[in-house]
Design a protein around this ligand. Structure first.
Ligand SMILES: CCCCCCCCCCCCCCCCCC(=O)SCCNC(=O)CCNC(=O)[C@H](O)C(C)(C)COP(=O)(O)OP(=O)(O)OC[C@H]1O[C@@H](n2cnc3c(N)ncnc32)[C@H](O)[C@@H]1OP(=O)(O)O
Ligand SMILES: NC(=O)C1=CN([C@@H]2O[C@H](COP(=O)(O)OP(=O)(O)OC[C@H]3O[C@@H](n4cnc5c(N)ncnc54)[C@H](OP(=O)(O)O)[C@@H]3O)[C@@H](O)[C@H]2O)C=CC1
Length: 515
């Protein structure tokens, strides 16, 4: 019997960010392995015209939750969606709901965050720092609370090369930042943002670092742990391989490459691609919840959930495997044939941006105009190149994360727990994982049917023929223009033509003799 699964039985668990990528997998695993848990409270806001209830209904009816429904048929009774907006005071939770949360919660998993790299500092601080502070305040009023697990990111200290499982202080205290956000206007915040974030690349990593400081400073008597995952990717094994439902991290770029929009990227092929499957992150999170509640470590432990130091993969290897999977199972209706060049040189990268990205977009828009349609490809391309430029920071560097706490925890687990809550990334086969990741993107994100693969391959063949025709036409036009202007080019042309003529005449004469 798994001790971790047994620990969660009968517990009331509060999850923030349960509608997000990681939150859904966390809920799924909890229900599947501990169907006897008492209740999962989730803080949800209405979104995209859906009420909180409709959002929960949609999640429970998704493919991800199919196995859960077999193991825990009354799952909908065990999930309690609480209307909340983490941007608001007291999260806009009603008095009755707040009372219930305060008196019943046993474990908190704090996953909610803004993960946008370019979010305005005010909003990023509100969600990643102030909301964390408020949640800690709530936690301190929960008499039955056994553990508070905060999800941060391995990149909160990406300004360092080697990162230990400790909290590194930021020059300006989080409390001062929170206070200043209340009275500074947006223009001034914009001006001071680069100075505040310093050598971090964006407001996301900066505010996640501030969030960790808040956790450390305001932990009081709480049993707290922090988990720092690296780049979270599709599921490795559970509940099935390849599940993914958003464009964050590499997923968006894999789509852009598979659809033929993205054909080159400024990336270092040998840099470590520190991907970590979401089910590994979730298994570690649940194990940490158990360990923190049962063993009550004296200080706040930080757990790195990374792959680089135990089972490294690099961007070059990943790119090759992604392209190999496109060969087997191409995405439908591609704009161009998938191809990806990695270059570290800025000038070469700009050249490819002009030739391989912007030029085809302009030509396609010209074609759309000619056929009476609205041009749109240049706009799509500009957004894609902006996204790529924001991710470039992460594909041109390698980091070393120490994993002593994570390894210590693994050794504390019983063999059964090591199996049920497996977070040993050394067992992961990258080629198999990446292939399943790309197939998962095709199935679960793009919602493409595998039966459409022959047609997708046929489409790529047509694109290849168009490409050859286009290149031949371009070459002939260029050559014709050159001949018109240069005597030297004319001489070369006559030489080639007469050579070919003689060559053909010789073979014709030879074949006549044989006859
Ligand atoms: C063979 C080649 C294979 C190559 C593989 C190489 C892969 C390299 C990947 C490196 C990833 C490194 C990630 C590092 C993460 C750090 C880990 C964390 O803690 S952080 C957790 C991770 N956090 C993140 O990853 C957040 C990253 N994302 C952002 O911060 C923002 O989306 C944005 C600033 C990039 C764009 O903002 P903005 O312009 O305001 O617009 P919107 O947001 O509204 O979206 C606009 C359009 O872009 C679309 N789209 C969105 N995302 C991506 C994507 N990743 N990609 C592509 N496309 C994307 C979106 O669908 C939409 O399309 P449409 O509706 O117009 O058709
Ligand atoms: N994905 C990754 O690569 C990595 C993620 N992480 C961390 O993991 C955690 C989860 O990330 P992930 O699941 O990928 O992120 P998602 O963007 O998928 O999910 C974010 C969650 O936060 C919720 N949220 C955001 N704003 C509010 C708000 N104002 N009120 C209530 N809820 C809100 C979202 O709700 P809604 O659905 O309503 O928007 C959503 O449930 C985050 O802390 C992130 O920093 C760390 C490393 C890597």
């Amino acid at each position: 019997m798994s001790m971790i699964a047994a620990f969660y039985s009968g517990k009331s668990i509060l999850i923030t960010g349960a509608t997000g990528f990681m939150g859904k997998v966390l809920m799924e695993k909890l229900f599947r392995t501990s169907p006897d848990l008492k209740v999962i409270y989730i803080l949800v806001r209405p979104k995209a015209g859906q009420t909180t209830q409709q959002r929960v209904f949609q999640i429970l009816n998704s493919q991800l939750f199919q196995k859960v429904k077999e193991v825990c048929p009354n799952v909908h009774e065990k999930i309690r969606a609480i209307y909340a907006d983490l941007n608001q005071n007291d999260f806009a939770i009603s008095k009755e709901d707040m009372q219930e949360l305060l008196s019943c919660t046993n474990i908190i998993f704090h996953c909610a965050a803004t993960v946008r790299f370019d979010d305005h500092l005010r909003h990023a601080v509100q969600l990643n720092v102030t909301a964390t502070q408020q949640l800690l305040l709530m936690a301190s009023q929960m008499p039955k609370l056994e553990a508070f697990i905060h999800i941060s990111t391995a990149f909160s200290n990406c300004n360092l090369k080697h990162i230990d499982e400790v909290i590194y202080p930021c020059p300006v205290e989080p409390k001062k930042i929170i206070d200043s956000m209340e009275w500074l206007d947006d223009a001034i915040i914009d001006e001071i943002t680069p100075k505040l974030i310093g050598d971090r690349p964006n407001t996301y990593t900066y505010t996640k670092a501030l969030g960790e400081m808040v956790v450390q400073q305001e932990s009081g008597n709480l049993n707290i742990a922090i988990i720092r995952p690296s780049i979270v990717g599709a599921t490795w094994q559970e509940p099935f391989p390849g599940w993914v439902d958003n464009l964050n991290g590499p997923s968006g770029l894999i789509i852009a490459a598979g659809k033929g929009f993205l054909r080159s990227i400024r990336a270092t092929p040998m840099a470590v691609a520190d991907l970590i499957p979401v089910d590994i992150v979730v298994n570690l999170t649940l194990a940490v919840g158990w360990y923190t509640a049962v063993h009550r470590p004296k200080s706040t432990l930080i757990y790195h959930c990374t792959s680089g130091n135990l089972n490294p993969c690099n961007w070059g290897k990943m790119g090759i495997q992604v392209l190999a999977t496109f060969e087997k199972a191409p995405f439908e209706r591609a704009f161009r044939r998938p191809h990806a060049d990695f270059t570290t040189n800025l000038i070469i990268s700009q050249y490819w941006n002009a030739v391989s990205h912007r030029a085809p977009a302009i030509i396609y828009d010209f074609y759309l105009r000619l056929t009476g349609r609205k041009p749109r490809m240049t706009k799509v391309m500009n957004r894609l190149l902006r996204t790529v430029s924001m991710l470039e920071y992460f594909v041109n560097r390698s980091w070393e994360w120490s994993t002593y706490n994570t390894e210590m925890l693994m050794s504390e687990l019983s063999p059964e727990d090591q199996r049920v809550f497996n977070f040993d990334v050394r067992q992961l086969n990258w080629l198999e994982y990446i292939e399943n990741y790309v197939l998962g993107i095709k199935k679960y994100l793009l919602k493409e049917d595998m039966a459409g693969i022959p047609e997708a391959k046929q489409h790529l063949k047509r694109l290849r023929n168009i490409h050859y025709l286009f290149n031949t036409a371009l070459f002939l036009i260029a050559w014709r223009l050159l001949i018109a202007r240069s005597q030297m080019a004319r001489n070369v042309w006559f030489f080639i033509v007469s050579f070919c003529y003689k060559f053909l005449s010789y073979f014709r004469a030879l074949s006549t003799l044989k006859v």
